[in-house]
Design a protein around this ligand. Structure first.
Ligand SMILES: Nc1ncnc2c1ncn2[C@@H]1O[C@H](COP(=O)(O)OP(=O)(O)OP(=O)(O)O)[C@@H](O)[C@H]1O
Ligand SMILES: O=P(O)(O)OC[C@H]1O[C@H](OP(=O)(O)OP(=O)(O)O)[C@H](O)[C@@H]1O
Length: 220
């Protein structure tokens, strides 16, 4: 008997770009998936042996790393933040491009927390942030926020932020400037390593379908 493959996708901005790629790889959700009022989180697919779960971006990595979902799509920012050993990210899907950057007030820093070897940073990415500063001999004290990081410097919560930047509009509109890029970001196909060992044919075929899409996009 074929078991059900659970494929995890983030509910927000990557999804619109991911759906056409998923369809070309044979993962097509039931029509109810597209109904914005639908509160269901798990959806059947055209292929009766596949289901899609729609969760928050960080949780895609958690579901797949723990084997609750066998595969999924998530940004490289999330993969790098968690650094789960059970996650395999074999295909760069060339969608969801942005960058993870440090920003600070354009008019200079007024915080009392900072000195040459110690900074206070507001971010959703404390692990990546600490690692990046540590490699430069600086201890970053991270204040974890889940959104609206841009408010932190003006309200005295931190002197800098580490956040995703795409057009730069959010930084600009909040009086911040980008000072360094930590990581270029794009969305990846992720697979649970144990599931790949248990069901190499099915997950191998899935990886190959997405790889072929990404290769043909590069060749075009
Ligand atoms: N300008 C951007 N800002 C934020 N994320 C972006 C941007 N461009 C691409 N991304 C990608 O989208 C992902 C966020 O996905 P999504 O919006 O689905 O998250 P979410 O689950 O709604 O997040 P949240 O936890 O904030 O609710 C990021 O991890 C990143 O890889
Ligand atoms: O450079 P820009 O094009 O302005 O994009 C960057 C903004 O987009 C993201 O937030 P998002 O809109 O995903 O909302 P969030 O704060 O709820 O994560 C990110 O956290 C920035 O705030």
């Amino acid at each position: 008997m074929t078991s059900t493959l659970t494929f995890a996708v983030p509910k927000g901005r990557i999804l619109e770009e991911a759906l056409p790629l998923m369809a070309r790889a044979g993962i097509v959700p039931e029509p109810g998936f597209h109904d914005k009022k639908n509160r269901a989180l798990s959806f059947a697919c055209e292929d009766p042996h596949t289901r899609i779960i729609r969760v928050r971006a960080f949780d895609v990595a958690t579901f797949v790393a723990h084997g609750a979902a066998q595969a999924g799509i998530v940004g490289s920012d999330v993969i790098e933040e968690f650094d789960y050993s059970d996650l395999y990210a074999p295909v760069d899907l060339d969608i969801g491009h942005c960058r993870l950057s440090i920003a600070e007030p354009k008019d200079g820093i007024e915080g009392e927390f900072d000195n040459a070897s110690h900074l206070r940073v507001a971010t959703k990415y404390p692990n990546l942030t600490r690692r990046w500063f540590e490699a430069r001999g600086i201890q970053a004290e991270c204040v974890k926020l889940n959104g609206a990081m841009e408010l932190a410097p003006s309200l005295g919560l931190a002197t800098r932020i580490v956040d995703l930047v795409s057009t730069g509009t959010t930084l600009r509109e909040n009086g911040l400037v980008e000072t360094a890029e930590l990581l270029p970001v794009s969305a990846r196909l992720i697979v649970n390593r144990a599931a790949l060992k248990t069901d190499p044919e099915r997950l191998g075929a899935l990886i190959e379908s997405f790889r072929a899409l990404s290769d043909s996009a590069k060749a075009a």
